[in-house]
Write a protein that binds this ligand. Structure first.
Ligand code: HEM
Length: 215
C-alpha cells in the first residue's frame, strides 16, 4: 500500500494541474499582469493564512494536527511586511477578501475547530505548495516587477528558517505518513485536500475576473 504522503500527492495531481493552469496563474506567471494583480493575490493570502495560523496556537497540543504546527512555517509576519511594501503603511484598512477567499478561510476555520485531520489537509496544500511552486511564483515576481531578490514584496515565499527545503519536505511527508486513522479517514483527508485545491481555484477565478486581459 502506498504511504499516505504518496497517496495524497498522487490523488490530488489533477487538481494541482488545474490550479496551476488557471487563467489568473498563467497570466501572472506569463508576466501579463501588473503588480496590482500580484498585490491583490497577496491580500487574499493574508486572509487565508490568518485562518490557518490563528488556529495553530490552539492546535499545538492536538495529537493529529499538533505535530504540523511548526513556527518555521509561519507566514503572517512576512505577508504583513509584503503588504506594507505593496500597499503602503495604511494597508490594513484598504484590503478586502474576495467572496471565494472568505469561503476558503471559513472552511479552514471550520476544520481547525471540528476536525484536526481536515486542518492537516489544508496545512499540507498551502505550505508544501508555497515551498514548491511558490518559488516559481517568487522568481517570476522578482523579474516581472523588480522586487529585491527574496526581499520586500516576496518575503511570503522565503522560508528563512528552512535551510534545506528538500529535507524539510521529506520530514513533512513522514509526519503525514504518521497521521493516525483508518482507510476511511485517509480518504476523507484526501477529499479535503481536493476541496482545498477547489477553494484555491475559486479564488483564482475571482481574481481572474478582476484582472482580465484587455489586450
Ligand atoms: C503556477 C503555480 C504553481 C506551480 C508552477 C506549481 C509547481 C509545483 C512544483 C514544481 C511542485 C514540486 C513537485 C515535486 O516536488 O515533486 C509543486 C508541489 C506542490 N504544489 Fe504546486 N505549483 C503551483 C501552484 C500551486 C497551488 C496554487 C497550490 C495549492 C494552493 C499548490 C500546491 C502544491 C503542493 C501541496 C505541492 C506538494 C506536493 C507534494 O510533494 O506532496 N501548488 N508545485
Amino acid at each position: 500500500m502506498d504511504s499516505f504522503s504518496t497517496l495524497i500527492r498522487t490523488a490530488s495531481r489533477e487538481q494541482h494541474e488545474e490550479v496551476r493552469g488557471s487563467t489568473f496563474m498563467s497570466d501572472l506567471l506569463g508576466r501579463k499582469l501588473g503588480v496590482d494583480a500580484f498585490a491583490r493575490y497577496t491580500e487574499q493570502l493574508w486572509f487565508v493564512y490568518g485562518a490557518l495560523e490563528s488556529a495553530a496556537a490552539r492546535l499545538t497540543a492536538d495529537p493529529v494536527a499538533g505535530p504540523f504546527v511548526r513556527p518555521e512555517l509561519f507566514r503572517m509576519a512576512s505577508l504583513e511586511q509584503d503588504l506594507e511594501y505593496l500597499r503602503g503603511p495604511g494597508w490594513r484598512s484598504g484590503i478586502s477578501a474576495l467572496p471565494a477567499t472568505l469561503e476558503y478561510a471559513e472552511r479552514i476555520t471550520e476544520c481547525a475547530r471540528d476536525w484536526p485531520a481536515g486542518y492537516v489537509a489544508h496545512h499540507y496544500t498551502r505550505y508544501l505548495g508555497d515551498l514548491s511552486g511558490g518559488q516559481i511564483i517568487r522568481d517570476t515576481a522578482e523579474k516581472a516587477w523588480g522586487f529585491p531578490k527574496k526581499g520586500d514584496g516576496v518575503r511570503f515565499y522565503v522560508f528563512e528558517q528552512i535551510s534545506n527545503p528538500a529535507a524539510f519536505k521529506r520530514s513533512y511527508s513522514a509526519l503525514l505518513d504518521a497521521v493516525p486513522g483508518d482507510e476511511l479517514e485517509r480518504q476523507r483527508v484526501v477529499a479535503e485536500c481536493k476541496r482545498a485545491y477547489a477553494l484555491n481555484n475559486a479564488v483564482f477565478e475571482e481574481l481572474g475576473a478582476e484582472f482580465p486581459l484587455t489586450a
